[in-house]
Ligand binder design. Structure first.
Ligand code: GDP
Length: 198
């Protein structure tokens, strides 16, 4: 898929205020600092579309971007950042769960995880929540440039093992990406294109 246009539409913390247009949408979510903003900017070829920030936990809204006038890329708040106050955390968790439970346009959630780390408790909890809520999801491994090709395969295999140990029957579709090197961009955009056409 070629990205012709990527435009910011709206930010909010209320699922009822998300765009009404019935376009398919794909949500990106993960622990703060996982590389979500960098990935969104890499995918859309726009250095500033999503705000990368040295201050994790800063983007705490549902951000809708319209891509090529035919699908929405949704940037959701990073989770699991200790310095977010308890109150803020409760609020964004509530609107995140409302988003996943109510948003009919949602086609797939991309859960971002750092390729270097073993499956984190909070990610597994979140993945299990998506399973219980029957939200289709894929895993995106980020920062693949930080380890060798051999290690990438080992880490993916270890992740799969951990998911199976957590009662998942199979590894979901997954993507290995690096925002600094552009790795995974074509494959991920092709995947979205294929799902949009199916
Ligand atoms: P977010 O909080 O999930 O949106 O994460 P950011 O996109 O702001 O990235 C967090 C940090 O990781 C920043 O210092 C980025 O430069 C770095 N980073 C993000 N993606 C990559 C990547 O693919 N490779 C490398 N080496 N660093 C990355």
């Amino acid at each position: 898929m070629k990205i012709d246009t990527a435009e910011f539409v709206i930010s909010n913390s209320d699922v009822s205020k998300c765009p009404k247009e019935p376009l398919p949408e794909y949500a990106f979510i993960g622990r703060s600092n996982v590389g979500k903003s960098s990935l969104i900017n890499m995918l859309t070829n726009n250095k500033n579309l999503a705000k990368t920030s040295g201050k994790p936990g800063k983007t705490q809204l549902i951000n809708h971007f319209k891509i090529n006038s035919n699908w929405f890329l949704v940037d959701l708040p990073g989770y699991g950042y200790a310095k977010v106050s308890k109150k803020t955390k409760q609020i964004f968790q509530k609107f995140i769960t409302e988003y996943f439970e109510q948003r009919e346009q949602l086609v797939c959630a991309f859960v971002l995880v750092d390729i270097r780390l073993e499956a984190q408790k909070i990610d597994l909890e979140f993945i299990n929540y998506l399973g219980e809520t029957q939200v289709p999801f894929c895993i995106i491994f980020t920062k693949a440039d930080k380890i060798s090709r051999v290690k990438i395969d080992q880490h993916v295999a270890a992740y799969r093992k951990q998911l199976l140990a957590n009662n998942w029957e199979e590894m979901p579709d997954y993507f290995v990406t690096s925002s600094t090197e552009g790795t995974g961009r074509d494959t991920l955009l092709q995947y979205i294109d294929d799902v949009n056409q199916s």
